[in-house]
Design a protein around this ligand. Structure first.
Ligand code: AMP
Ligand code: ZN
Ligand code: ZN
Length: 493
Protein backbone atom coordinates (compact mmCIF):
# COMPACT_ATOMS: atom_id res chain seq x y z
CA UNK A 1 0.00 0.00 0.00
CA UNK A 2 2.73 2.48 1.05
CA UNK A 3 4.71 1.52 -2.02
CA UNK A 4 1.65 2.19 -4.11
CA UNK A 5 1.06 5.62 -2.57
CA UNK A 6 4.74 6.61 -2.99
CA UNK A 7 4.55 5.44 -6.59
CA UNK A 8 1.40 7.43 -7.17
CA UNK A 9 2.95 10.56 -5.61
CA UNK A 10 6.03 10.22 -7.82
CA UNK A 11 3.84 9.64 -10.86
CA UNK A 12 1.72 12.66 -9.98
CA UNK A 13 4.73 14.96 -9.48
CA UNK A 14 6.29 13.82 -12.76
CA UNK A 15 2.99 14.43 -14.55
CA UNK A 16 2.67 17.86 -12.95
CA UNK A 17 6.28 18.82 -13.82
CA UNK A 18 5.99 17.75 -17.46
CA UNK A 19 2.72 19.57 -18.21
CA UNK A 20 1.31 16.59 -20.14
CA UNK A 21 0.01 16.78 -23.65
CA UNK A 22 -3.79 16.56 -23.61
CA UNK A 23 -3.62 13.05 -25.11
CA UNK A 24 -1.31 11.73 -22.38
CA UNK A 25 -3.19 9.44 -20.06
CA UNK A 26 -2.62 9.80 -16.32
CA UNK A 27 -3.91 6.21 -15.94
CA UNK A 28 -1.37 4.71 -18.32
CA UNK A 29 0.15 2.59 -15.53
CA UNK A 30 -3.12 1.72 -13.86
CA UNK A 31 -4.06 -1.94 -14.31
CA UNK A 32 -7.10 -2.71 -16.46
CA UNK A 33 -9.91 -5.12 -15.58
CA UNK A 34 -11.37 -7.86 -17.78
CA UNK A 35 -14.48 -9.22 -16.08
CA UNK A 36 -15.68 -12.45 -17.68
CA UNK A 37 -18.89 -14.34 -16.89
CA UNK A 38 -19.58 -17.88 -18.03
CA UNK A 39 -23.25 -18.22 -17.09
CA UNK A 40 -24.05 -21.39 -15.14
CA UNK A 41 -20.39 -22.48 -14.80
CA UNK A 42 -20.53 -24.37 -11.52
CA UNK A 43 -17.49 -24.22 -9.21
CA UNK A 44 -16.59 -27.84 -9.94
CA UNK A 45 -16.48 -27.47 -13.75
CA UNK A 46 -12.77 -26.58 -13.76
CA UNK A 47 -12.05 -30.30 -14.13
CA UNK A 48 -14.96 -31.07 -16.45
CA UNK A 49 -13.01 -31.17 -19.71
CA UNK A 50 -9.93 -29.96 -21.55
CA UNK A 51 -9.93 -26.29 -20.62
CA UNK A 52 -6.40 -24.89 -21.03
CA UNK A 53 -7.48 -21.24 -20.79
CA UNK A 54 -9.18 -21.87 -17.44
CA UNK A 55 -6.05 -23.73 -16.31
CA UNK A 56 -3.90 -20.73 -17.26
CA UNK A 57 -6.05 -18.42 -15.13
CA UNK A 58 -6.10 -20.79 -12.17
CA UNK A 59 -2.37 -21.51 -12.30
CA UNK A 60 -1.31 -17.95 -13.13
CA UNK A 61 -3.23 -16.31 -10.30
CA UNK A 62 -5.40 -17.21 -7.35
CA UNK A 63 -7.34 -20.47 -7.54
CA UNK A 64 -10.50 -19.76 -5.57
CA UNK A 65 -12.54 -22.75 -4.38
CA UNK A 66 -15.83 -21.13 -5.42
CA UNK A 67 -17.91 -17.97 -5.59
CA UNK A 68 -20.67 -17.63 -2.98
CA UNK A 69 -23.48 -15.66 -4.59
CA UNK A 70 -26.63 -13.93 -3.38
CA UNK A 71 -30.27 -14.93 -3.07
CA UNK A 72 -31.88 -15.66 -5.48
CA UNK A 73 -29.13 -17.43 -7.48
CA UNK A 74 -30.50 -16.23 -10.83
CA UNK A 75 -28.73 -14.44 -13.68
CA UNK A 76 -29.94 -10.84 -13.28
CA UNK A 77 -29.80 -10.59 -9.46
CA UNK A 78 -26.38 -12.28 -9.19
CA UNK A 79 -24.68 -10.47 -12.08
CA UNK A 80 -25.96 -7.17 -10.74
CA UNK A 81 -24.54 -7.98 -7.29
CA UNK A 82 -21.11 -8.70 -8.80
CA UNK A 83 -20.95 -5.25 -10.39
CA UNK A 84 -22.60 -3.26 -7.57
CA UNK A 85 -21.40 -5.05 -4.41
CA UNK A 86 -24.97 -5.04 -3.09
CA UNK A 87 -27.42 -7.78 -2.23
CA UNK A 88 -30.58 -8.02 -4.40
CA UNK A 89 -32.62 -7.02 -1.34
CA UNK A 90 -30.74 -3.70 -1.54
CA UNK A 91 -30.05 -3.10 -5.26
CA UNK A 92 -33.59 -4.07 -6.21
CA UNK A 93 -33.00 -6.57 -9.03
CA UNK A 94 -34.72 -9.21 -6.92
CA UNK A 95 -35.39 -11.81 -9.65
CA UNK A 96 -35.22 -12.48 -13.39
CA UNK A 97 -38.98 -11.87 -13.25
CA UNK A 98 -40.11 -9.20 -10.83
CA UNK A 99 -42.89 -6.80 -10.00
CA UNK A 100 -42.57 -3.22 -8.83
CA UNK A 101 -45.51 -2.25 -6.61
CA UNK A 102 -44.93 1.54 -6.96
CA UNK A 103 -44.97 1.51 -10.73
CA UNK A 104 -47.27 -1.50 -11.01
CA UNK A 105 -44.90 -2.82 -13.68
CA UNK A 106 -43.29 -6.16 -14.48
CA UNK A 107 -39.70 -6.97 -15.40
CA UNK A 108 -38.57 -10.11 -17.18
CA UNK A 109 -35.25 -10.82 -18.83
CA UNK A 110 -36.94 -11.50 -22.16
CA UNK A 111 -38.58 -8.04 -22.16
CA UNK A 112 -36.14 -5.80 -23.99
CA UNK A 113 -37.82 -2.56 -22.91
CA UNK A 114 -37.66 -3.50 -19.24
CA UNK A 115 -34.08 -4.84 -19.47
CA UNK A 116 -32.94 -1.52 -20.99
CA UNK A 117 -34.87 0.67 -18.55
CA UNK A 118 -32.68 2.22 -15.84
CA UNK A 119 -35.66 2.34 -13.48
CA UNK A 120 -35.03 -1.27 -12.48
CA UNK A 121 -31.37 -0.80 -11.57
CA UNK A 122 -31.21 2.47 -9.63
CA UNK A 123 -30.70 0.80 -6.23
CA UNK A 124 -27.07 -0.01 -7.01
CA UNK A 125 -24.16 1.65 -8.76
CA UNK A 126 -22.43 -0.70 -11.22
CA UNK A 127 -18.66 -0.51 -11.44
CA UNK A 128 -18.86 0.94 -14.97
CA UNK A 129 -20.95 3.85 -13.66
CA UNK A 130 -18.47 4.43 -10.82
CA UNK A 131 -15.65 4.35 -13.38
CA UNK A 132 -17.32 6.60 -15.97
CA UNK A 133 -18.27 9.12 -13.27
CA UNK A 134 -14.60 9.26 -12.28
CA UNK A 135 -13.43 9.90 -15.83
CA UNK A 136 -12.64 6.34 -16.92
CA UNK A 137 -13.75 4.70 -20.17
CA UNK A 138 -15.56 1.35 -19.92
CA UNK A 139 -16.93 -1.27 -22.32
CA UNK A 140 -19.38 -4.15 -21.92
CA UNK A 141 -19.81 -7.06 -24.28
CA UNK A 142 -23.02 -7.91 -22.41
CA UNK A 143 -23.73 -7.75 -18.71
CA UNK A 144 -27.13 -7.50 -17.04
CA UNK A 145 -27.81 -3.79 -16.52
CA UNK A 146 -25.30 -2.60 -19.11
CA UNK A 147 -27.96 -1.68 -21.69
CA UNK A 148 -29.69 0.73 -19.32
CA UNK A 149 -28.88 4.28 -18.28
CA UNK A 150 -28.16 4.06 -14.57
CA UNK A 151 -27.85 7.44 -12.85
CA UNK A 152 -27.98 8.69 -16.44
CA UNK A 153 -24.75 6.79 -17.30
CA UNK A 154 -24.00 3.90 -19.65
CA UNK A 155 -20.64 2.28 -20.48
CA UNK A 156 -18.89 4.26 -23.27
CA UNK A 157 -19.12 1.11 -25.41
CA UNK A 158 -21.97 -1.35 -24.88
CA UNK A 159 -23.98 -3.87 -26.87
CA UNK A 160 -27.66 -4.70 -27.05
CA UNK A 161 -27.98 -8.26 -25.75
CA UNK A 162 -28.03 -10.89 -28.49
CA UNK A 163 -27.18 -14.41 -27.40
CA UNK A 164 -26.59 -15.42 -31.03
CA UNK A 165 -23.50 -13.26 -31.56
CA UNK A 166 -20.70 -15.75 -32.33
CA UNK A 167 -18.15 -16.03 -29.56
CA UNK A 168 -15.38 -15.27 -32.01
CA UNK A 169 -16.95 -11.90 -32.77
CA UNK A 170 -17.10 -11.07 -29.05
CA UNK A 171 -13.37 -11.78 -28.66
CA UNK A 172 -12.49 -9.75 -31.78
CA UNK A 173 -14.37 -6.77 -30.38
CA UNK A 174 -12.65 -7.09 -26.98
CA UNK A 175 -9.27 -7.13 -28.74
CA UNK A 176 -10.22 -4.02 -30.72
CA UNK A 177 -10.99 -2.29 -27.44
CA UNK A 178 -7.70 -3.51 -25.95
CA UNK A 179 -5.78 -2.10 -28.92
CA UNK A 180 -7.22 1.40 -28.66
CA UNK A 181 -4.73 4.08 -27.56
CA UNK A 182 -4.40 4.86 -23.86
CA UNK A 183 -6.77 7.69 -23.01
CA UNK A 184 -9.45 6.38 -25.36
CA UNK A 185 -9.45 2.70 -24.63
CA UNK A 186 -11.71 1.15 -22.01
CA UNK A 187 -9.96 0.27 -18.75
CA UNK A 188 -12.81 -2.00 -17.68
CA UNK A 189 -14.20 -4.56 -20.11
CA UNK A 190 -16.91 -7.17 -19.50
CA UNK A 191 -17.50 -10.31 -21.53
CA UNK A 192 -20.38 -12.79 -21.20
CA UNK A 193 -21.24 -16.30 -22.47
CA UNK A 194 -24.60 -18.05 -22.02
CA UNK A 195 -24.13 -21.50 -23.60
CA UNK A 196 -22.90 -23.45 -20.56
CA UNK A 197 -26.03 -22.36 -18.68
CA UNK A 198 -28.33 -23.31 -21.56
CA UNK A 199 -26.76 -26.78 -21.85
CA UNK A 200 -26.93 -27.22 -18.06
CA UNK A 201 -30.68 -26.46 -18.04
CA UNK A 202 -31.41 -28.74 -20.96
CA UNK A 203 -29.29 -31.77 -19.99
CA UNK A 204 -28.32 -31.33 -16.34
CA UNK A 205 -25.06 -30.32 -14.66
CA UNK A 206 -21.78 -31.90 -15.82
CA UNK A 207 -23.45 -33.69 -18.76
CA UNK A 208 -21.50 -34.06 -22.04
CA UNK A 209 -23.16 -31.07 -23.81
CA UNK A 210 -22.17 -28.85 -20.86
CA UNK A 211 -18.58 -30.00 -21.24
CA UNK A 212 -18.70 -29.30 -24.98
CA UNK A 213 -20.08 -25.81 -24.43
CA UNK A 214 -17.39 -25.09 -21.86
CA UNK A 215 -14.57 -26.38 -24.07
CA UNK A 216 -15.86 -24.25 -26.94
CA UNK A 217 -15.78 -21.10 -24.79
CA UNK A 218 -12.38 -22.07 -23.41
CA UNK A 219 -10.96 -22.17 -26.93
CA UNK A 220 -12.05 -18.56 -27.46
CA UNK A 221 -10.69 -17.48 -24.09
CA UNK A 222 -7.39 -19.14 -24.94
CA UNK A 223 -7.19 -17.11 -28.14
CA UNK A 224 -7.91 -13.98 -26.12
CA UNK A 225 -5.20 -14.76 -23.56
CA UNK A 226 -2.72 -15.58 -26.33
CA UNK A 227 -3.51 -12.31 -28.07
CA UNK A 228 -3.03 -10.32 -24.86
CA UNK A 229 0.26 -12.11 -24.26
CA UNK A 230 1.50 -11.48 -27.81
CA UNK A 231 0.75 -7.80 -27.38
CA UNK A 232 2.69 -7.84 -24.10
CA UNK A 233 -0.30 -6.52 -22.14
CA UNK A 234 -1.57 -9.61 -20.33
CA UNK A 235 0.14 -8.61 -17.09
CA UNK A 236 -1.56 -5.20 -17.17
CA UNK A 237 -4.89 -6.94 -16.71
CA UNK A 238 -6.80 -8.20 -13.76
CA UNK A 239 -8.71 -11.05 -15.35
CA UNK A 240 -11.67 -12.04 -13.16
CA UNK A 241 -13.28 -15.22 -14.43
CA UNK A 242 -16.68 -15.45 -12.78
CA UNK A 243 -19.90 -17.34 -13.07
CA UNK A 244 -23.27 -16.17 -11.83
CA UNK A 245 -24.39 -19.41 -10.09
CA UNK A 246 -24.05 -23.18 -10.29
CA UNK A 247 -26.59 -25.77 -11.43
CA UNK A 248 -28.47 -28.62 -9.77
CA UNK A 249 -30.35 -31.57 -11.20
CA UNK A 250 -34.15 -31.34 -11.38
CA UNK A 251 -36.70 -33.85 -12.57
CA UNK A 252 -40.42 -34.00 -13.30
CA UNK A 253 -41.28 -36.03 -10.24
CA UNK A 254 -40.01 -33.23 -7.95
CA UNK A 255 -42.52 -30.44 -8.61
CA UNK A 256 -44.61 -28.73 -5.94
CA UNK A 257 -47.89 -27.35 -7.33
CA UNK A 258 -48.66 -24.16 -5.46
CA UNK A 259 -52.34 -24.30 -6.49
CA UNK A 260 -52.70 -27.50 -4.46
CA UNK A 261 -52.38 -25.30 -1.34
CA UNK A 262 -53.21 -21.73 -2.35
CA UNK A 263 -55.99 -20.01 -4.33
CA UNK A 264 -53.81 -18.38 -6.98
CA UNK A 265 -56.56 -15.92 -7.93
CA UNK A 266 -56.08 -14.25 -4.53
CA UNK A 267 -52.32 -13.65 -4.79
CA UNK A 268 -49.77 -12.42 -7.32
CA UNK A 269 -46.78 -14.66 -7.94
CA UNK A 270 -44.03 -12.59 -9.62
CA UNK A 271 -41.47 -15.41 -9.93
CA UNK A 272 -41.60 -19.23 -10.00
CA UNK A 273 -39.03 -22.03 -9.87
CA UNK A 274 -36.75 -22.92 -6.95
CA UNK A 275 -38.41 -20.06 -5.05
CA UNK A 276 -41.80 -18.39 -5.49
CA UNK A 277 -42.16 -14.64 -4.85
CA UNK A 278 -45.71 -14.12 -3.62
CA UNK A 279 -47.66 -10.88 -3.12
CA UNK A 280 -50.65 -10.58 -0.83
CA UNK A 281 -53.17 -8.97 -3.17
CA UNK A 282 -56.52 -10.35 -2.01
CA UNK A 283 -55.42 -12.52 0.88
CA UNK A 284 -53.62 -11.49 4.08
CA UNK A 285 -49.93 -12.37 4.44
CA UNK A 286 -50.58 -14.53 7.51
CA UNK A 287 -53.13 -16.63 5.63
CA UNK A 288 -50.70 -17.22 2.77
CA UNK A 289 -47.98 -18.28 5.19
CA UNK A 290 -50.39 -20.52 7.06
CA UNK A 291 -51.56 -22.18 3.82
CA UNK A 292 -48.03 -23.04 2.77
CA UNK A 293 -46.48 -23.85 6.13
CA UNK A 294 -46.26 -27.61 6.50
CA UNK A 295 -48.04 -27.94 3.12
CA UNK A 296 -45.24 -29.97 1.53
CA UNK A 297 -42.18 -31.59 3.16
CA UNK A 298 -39.83 -30.01 0.61
CA UNK A 299 -41.18 -26.47 0.92
CA UNK A 300 -40.38 -23.61 3.35
CA UNK A 301 -42.25 -20.33 3.60
CA UNK A 302 -41.53 -16.97 5.24
CA UNK A 303 -43.25 -13.59 5.51
CA UNK A 304 -40.91 -10.84 4.22
CA UNK A 305 -39.66 -9.90 7.71
CA UNK A 306 -38.89 -13.54 8.61
CA UNK A 307 -36.72 -14.40 5.58
CA UNK A 308 -33.35 -15.70 6.89
CA UNK A 309 -31.14 -12.74 7.76
CA UNK A 310 -28.30 -14.37 5.82
CA UNK A 311 -30.13 -13.75 2.52
CA UNK A 312 -30.24 -9.97 3.19
CA UNK A 313 -33.40 -10.15 1.10
CA UNK A 314 -35.11 -7.49 3.10
CA UNK A 315 -35.46 -3.74 2.56
CA UNK A 316 -36.32 -3.28 -1.10
CA UNK A 317 -39.95 -2.66 -2.04
CA UNK A 318 -39.67 -5.33 -4.77
CA UNK A 319 -38.97 -8.06 -2.20
CA UNK A 320 -42.36 -9.84 -2.05
CA UNK A 321 -44.67 -10.14 0.97
CA UNK A 322 -44.08 -13.88 1.13
CA UNK A 323 -41.19 -16.05 -0.05
CA UNK A 324 -41.58 -19.81 -0.55
CA UNK A 325 -38.42 -21.81 -1.25
CA UNK A 326 -38.21 -25.45 -2.28
CA UNK A 327 -35.42 -27.82 -1.27
CA UNK A 328 -32.62 -27.98 -3.82
CA UNK A 329 -33.70 -30.25 -6.68
CA UNK A 330 -37.38 -29.35 -6.16
CA UNK A 331 -39.36 -26.80 -8.19
CA UNK A 332 -42.43 -24.70 -7.42
CA UNK A 333 -44.96 -24.41 -10.23
CA UNK A 334 -48.70 -24.60 -10.90
CA UNK A 335 -50.96 -27.03 -12.71
CA UNK A 336 -52.03 -24.89 -15.71
CA UNK A 337 -48.40 -24.03 -16.49
CA UNK A 338 -47.19 -27.61 -16.21
CA UNK A 339 -50.11 -28.95 -18.27
CA UNK A 340 -48.80 -27.01 -21.26
CA UNK A 341 -45.23 -28.16 -20.73
CA UNK A 342 -45.31 -31.95 -20.94
CA UNK A 343 -42.81 -32.08 -23.81
CA UNK A 344 -40.11 -29.74 -22.57
CA UNK A 345 -36.85 -31.00 -21.21
CA UNK A 346 -35.39 -29.37 -18.17
CA UNK A 347 -32.83 -31.28 -16.14
CA UNK A 348 -30.87 -28.47 -14.55
CA UNK A 349 -31.88 -25.44 -12.50
CA UNK A 350 -30.51 -22.83 -10.08
CA UNK A 351 -32.09 -20.20 -7.86
CA UNK A 352 -31.88 -21.83 -4.41
CA UNK A 353 -29.97 -20.76 -1.27
CA UNK A 354 -26.59 -19.36 -2.41
CA UNK A 355 -24.80 -21.26 0.38
CA UNK A 356 -25.66 -24.64 -1.18
CA UNK A 357 -22.40 -25.72 -2.78
CA UNK A 358 -24.14 -26.66 -6.04
CA UNK A 359 -25.26 -23.03 -6.30
CA UNK A 360 -21.67 -21.74 -6.05
CA UNK A 361 -20.17 -20.35 -9.23
CA UNK A 362 -16.70 -20.96 -10.58
CA UNK A 363 -14.15 -18.23 -9.96
CA UNK A 364 -10.48 -17.53 -10.66
CA UNK A 365 -8.56 -14.27 -10.59
CA UNK A 366 -5.25 -13.32 -12.09
CA UNK A 367 -3.52 -9.94 -12.16
CA UNK A 368 -0.38 -7.96 -11.42
CA UNK A 369 -1.08 -7.81 -7.66
CA UNK A 370 -1.62 -11.56 -7.27
CA UNK A 371 1.09 -14.19 -6.93
CA UNK A 372 0.68 -17.32 -9.03
CA UNK A 373 0.09 -20.50 -7.11
CA UNK A 374 -2.11 -18.76 -4.52
CA UNK A 375 -5.25 -20.50 -3.29
CA UNK A 376 -8.31 -19.10 -1.57
CA UNK A 377 -11.33 -20.65 0.11
CA UNK A 378 -14.72 -19.55 -1.29
CA UNK A 379 -15.19 -15.79 -1.58
CA UNK A 380 -18.38 -13.71 -1.72
CA UNK A 381 -19.56 -12.19 -5.00
CA UNK A 382 -20.60 -8.93 -3.26
CA UNK A 383 -16.91 -8.32 -2.43
CA UNK A 384 -15.84 -8.16 -6.08
CA UNK A 385 -17.07 -4.59 -6.60
CA UNK A 386 -14.63 -3.37 -3.92
CA UNK A 387 -11.84 -5.42 -5.49
CA UNK A 388 -12.45 -3.96 -8.95
CA UNK A 389 -12.71 -0.40 -7.61
CA UNK A 390 -9.46 -0.90 -5.71
CA UNK A 391 -7.38 -2.23 -8.59
CA UNK A 392 -8.78 0.42 -10.94
CA UNK A 393 -7.94 3.19 -8.46
CA UNK A 394 -11.58 4.24 -8.08
CA UNK A 395 -13.46 5.49 -5.05
CA UNK A 396 -16.22 2.92 -4.52
CA UNK A 397 -19.87 3.91 -4.10
CA UNK A 398 -21.86 2.72 -1.10
CA UNK A 399 -22.07 -1.10 -1.15
CA UNK A 400 -22.41 -4.23 1.02
CA UNK A 401 -19.00 -5.73 0.23
CA UNK A 402 -15.49 -5.64 1.63
CA UNK A 403 -11.98 -5.60 0.20
CA UNK A 404 -10.57 -7.26 3.33
CA UNK A 405 -10.62 -10.92 2.15
CA UNK A 406 -8.50 -9.93 -0.88
CA UNK A 407 -5.98 -7.62 0.80
CA UNK A 408 -3.62 -10.36 2.06
CA UNK A 409 -3.56 -11.78 -1.48
CA UNK A 410 -2.85 -8.36 -3.02
CA UNK A 411 -0.15 -7.37 -0.54
CA UNK A 412 2.00 -10.48 -0.61
CA UNK A 413 5.14 -11.14 -2.61
CA UNK A 414 4.74 -14.88 -2.23
CA UNK A 415 1.87 -17.27 -2.90
CA UNK A 416 -0.88 -17.13 -0.27
CA UNK A 417 -2.82 -20.27 0.55
CA UNK A 418 -5.19 -21.50 3.24
CA UNK A 419 -5.27 -24.21 5.90
CA UNK A 420 -7.97 -26.80 6.39
CA UNK A 421 -9.25 -27.87 9.83
CA UNK A 422 -11.74 -30.65 10.54
CA UNK A 423 -14.19 -30.58 13.45
CA UNK A 424 -16.89 -32.73 14.93
CA UNK A 425 -19.72 -30.35 15.89
CA UNK A 426 -22.27 -32.26 17.98
CA UNK A 427 -21.82 -35.23 15.68
CA UNK A 428 -21.92 -33.19 12.48
CA UNK A 429 -18.65 -32.85 10.52
CA UNK A 430 -17.50 -29.29 9.77
CA UNK A 431 -14.48 -28.23 7.75
CA UNK A 432 -13.00 -24.76 8.19
CA UNK A 433 -10.83 -23.48 5.33
CA UNK A 434 -8.95 -20.61 6.88
CA UNK A 435 -7.28 -17.80 4.92
CA UNK A 436 -5.54 -14.73 6.36
CA UNK A 437 -8.66 -12.50 6.43
CA UNK A 438 -11.63 -14.80 5.78
CA UNK A 439 -12.76 -18.42 5.91
CA UNK A 440 -15.14 -20.85 4.29
CA UNK A 441 -17.25 -23.05 6.52
CA UNK A 442 -18.15 -26.37 4.87
CA UNK A 443 -21.15 -27.99 6.54
CA UNK A 444 -23.43 -30.65 5.03
CA UNK A 445 -24.03 -29.55 1.42
CA UNK A 446 -23.38 -25.86 2.20
CA UNK A 447 -20.37 -23.56 2.05
CA UNK A 448 -20.53 -20.24 3.92
CA UNK A 449 -18.04 -17.35 3.82
CA UNK A 450 -17.15 -15.51 7.05
CA UNK A 451 -14.85 -12.57 7.83
CA UNK A 452 -12.01 -12.74 10.34
CA UNK A 453 -12.53 -10.66 13.47
CA UNK A 454 -9.29 -9.47 15.06
CA UNK A 455 -8.75 -10.80 18.60
CA UNK A 456 -5.95 -10.27 21.12
CA UNK A 457 -5.83 -13.90 22.18
CA UNK A 458 -3.10 -15.93 20.57
CA UNK A 459 -4.24 -19.03 18.68
CA UNK A 460 -7.84 -17.93 18.91
CA UNK A 461 -9.55 -17.43 15.57
CA UNK A 462 -12.88 -15.73 15.31
CA UNK A 463 -15.07 -15.28 12.22
CA UNK A 464 -18.46 -13.71 11.56
CA UNK A 465 -20.93 -12.91 8.81
CA UNK A 466 -24.61 -12.02 8.85
CA UNK A 467 -26.40 -14.93 10.54
CA UNK A 468 -23.13 -16.87 11.00
CA UNK A 469 -20.37 -17.27 13.59
CA UNK A 470 -17.41 -19.60 13.95
CA UNK A 471 -14.50 -19.58 16.35
CA UNK A 472 -11.79 -22.04 17.18
CA UNK A 473 -8.57 -22.49 19.06
CA UNK A 474 -6.14 -25.38 19.38
CA UNK A 475 -8.63 -28.03 20.45
CA UNK A 476 -12.20 -26.77 20.33
CA UNK A 477 -14.58 -24.64 18.32
CA UNK A 478 -18.15 -23.36 18.17
CA UNK A 479 -20.42 -22.80 15.20
CA UNK A 480 -23.70 -20.96 14.51
CA UNK A 481 -25.60 -21.09 11.22
CA UNK A 482 -28.86 -19.07 11.24
CA UNK A 483 -31.13 -20.55 13.86
CA UNK A 484 -30.64 -23.97 12.23
CA UNK A 485 -27.36 -25.08 13.78
CA UNK A 486 -25.64 -24.03 16.99
CA UNK A 487 -23.00 -26.42 18.30
CA UNK A 488 -19.77 -26.89 20.19
CA UNK A 489 -17.10 -28.74 18.29
CA UNK A 490 -13.98 -30.77 18.94
CA UNK A 491 -11.00 -31.02 16.63
CA UNK A 492 -10.73 -34.22 14.61
CA UNK A 493 -7.06 -35.22 14.55
P1 AMP B 1 -30.64 -17.86 -16.06
O1 AMP B 1 -31.49 -19.02 -16.39
O2 AMP B 1 -31.08 -17.11 -14.85
O3 AMP B 1 -29.23 -18.37 -15.93
O4 AMP B 1 -30.64 -16.87 -17.30
C1 AMP B 1 -29.80 -17.11 -18.40
C2 AMP B 1 -30.27 -16.36 -19.59
O5 AMP B 1 -30.24 -14.97 -19.36
C3 AMP B 1 -29.38 -16.53 -20.79
O6 AMP B 1 -29.67 -17.70 -21.49
C4 AMP B 1 -29.66 -15.30 -21.60
O7 AMP B 1 -30.63 -15.57 -22.59
C5 AMP B 1 -30.25 -14.33 -20.61
N1 AMP B 1 -29.46 -13.11 -20.52
C6 AMP B 1 -28.20 -12.99 -20.09
N2 AMP B 1 -27.77 -11.71 -20.15
C7 AMP B 1 -28.80 -11.00 -20.66
C8 AMP B 1 -29.00 -9.63 -20.98
N3 AMP B 1 -28.02 -8.73 -20.78
N4 AMP B 1 -30.19 -9.26 -21.46
C9 AMP B 1 -31.17 -10.16 -21.63
N5 AMP B 1 -31.05 -11.47 -21.37
C10 AMP B 1 -29.88 -11.89 -20.89
ZN1 ZN C 1 -27.33 -17.48 -15.15
ZN1 ZN D 1 -29.75 -20.48 -16.00
Amino acid sequence: MIQRIVFMLIALSITAACQPEPSENPRADQPRVLLISIDGFRYDYFDLGQTPALDRLVEGGVAVDSLHHVFPTKTFPTHYSVVTGKYPGHHGVVANNMWDPDRDARFSLGNRDAVGDGFWYQGGEPIWVTAEKQGMTTATYFWPGSEARIQGVRPTYWKMYDGDVPHEERIDQVLEWVDMPAGERPELITLYFSTVDSAGHRWGPREAPVQEALEEIDGHLNRLLDALETRGVLDEFYVLLTSDHGMSRVDFDRYIMLDDYLDLSKVRVSDWGPAAQIWATEMPVDDIVESLEDAHPNLRVWAKEDIPERYQFDTHRRVPDVLAEADMGWMISNKPYMAGRSQFQLYGMHGWDPALSEMHGGFAMMGPGFVSGSKSPAVRSVDLYELMAHVLGLTPADNDGSLDPFLPYLNSDQAVTYTSHQFDCDGSPVEARVAPAHMALHWQNEVHVLDRIETDEENHHQFEATGLAFEFDQDEASVEIDDRFDADCVVIQ
